[in-house]
Design a protein around this ligand. Sequence first.
Ligand code: CA
Length: 505
Amino acid sequence: MQGAQLIRVSERDNVAVVAAEPGLAKGALTEFGVEAREPVPAGHKVALEPIPRGGAVIRYGAVIGRALQDIEAGGWVREELLESPEPPPLDSLQAPAAAPPRGEPLEGFWFEGYRNADGKAGTRNVLGITTTVQCVAGVVEHAAERIRRELLPRYANVDGVAALTHSYGCGVAIDAPGAEIPIRTVRNLALNPNLGGEVMVVSLGCEKLQPARLGLPGEEPFLVRLQDDGLGSFESMVARVLELAERRLERLNARRRVRCPASDLIVGLQCGGSDAFSGLTANPAVGVAADLLARAGATVIFSEITEVRDAAHLLAARAPSPEVVEDLKREFAWYDAYLARGGADRSANPTPGNKRGGLANVVEKALGSVAKSGSMPLDGVLPPGEQARGKGLWFLAGPASDFICGTLELAAGMNVHVFTTGEGTPYGLSMCPVIKVSTRTALARRWPDLIDFDAGRIAGGSITLEQAGWEMFRLILDVASGRKTWSERHGLANDLALFNPAPVT
Ligand code: CA
């Protein structure tokens, strides 16, 4: 049994996965009280109870297939023993008779955050400089660097400056279908709670994305147009940006952290550089934390549409209303068409490597990603670029690309980001803390100054999934209160990346 910890994600599961090499030896007694009937390799499933022919094989609390023959307790549930039905077509999706239970409300959990005028709360106090076009990016980055060096030392309560630069704004078909996505993303990024509502905008002047089109609140004086007659030189442009920034910094600096309920959290989840342990350790542990957050009244956002596509029917089964199912169908259908237009295959078919690693079919593979979302009802579906409109669990229907997903979650209002990784990435964001979760202890040891949470301990047997979820929940509250993540300590921040499905001209 040593080195062969079994992981069962849901109490409803009738299989568990052998977590570590060298796998389970024949005759080994597992902690679930069953004896292995045959050797079961690491990453593969072992039956925890007898599964009759035609019986459901349940993993992640969901049916991943039906047994093609009787399987004994302790038997290896191999791919060829599983009938793997194709995921049902989108138009057959229906709201369930009853959504899953919400669990007891969790009371009494708080963090120290910044209260904004619109009622939302920030976890950081950052000056954001919105841009309407890539042409101004060089000037804005230059000005942001000078703000950091010359102004920030005098405004100790301000955490940083984020130049919201991007490649959009001109040379694009700005009225074409799909263009509303990057436009509302730029707008909603400026309204992220960590920027405190202190909007300022730098525009070029002649670009297609005119500032008025963003419909941002705030006063015209906080707009700099580089082509204005009054700005006769590069130096005068930078001076003007610094002058407005200083007035914003004065207001931001006057803010203090106050006690905010956990329900003010908007936690965005994603994975990048996944490995065979993602669906075993890190993602299910994040799922336990997601359930705790939802029970505490917070907003939890998961995304990465191509990775969860083949579990669409299992997301629909968590919908509390027919409207949510209709929203899911509309967004999945839109994305299917978008990929088809580009000649891309939407299928997440397991590779031969996936199958050797123990994944039987597309549904099981998608469920490894969906595991991040826990088990609560799915309260709503967000089209890409829109803001989250309520509490509970939300699905953001956007791409899995790390940079685009992070950007869209920021636009949705994310104030803490949780990022699971197997291969490892130094990913970070300038507007929001990123908690990086490793799927394996080996990665956490190799990158001790980049990984914030080691979910590999679950496979090692030193901590249960439940314990890991609680630990992560508390870490999220600490980070929301100001505890710096590794990427913040090093000042690591990836570029924003807008999702623009419309033509470029
Ligand atoms: Ca990703």
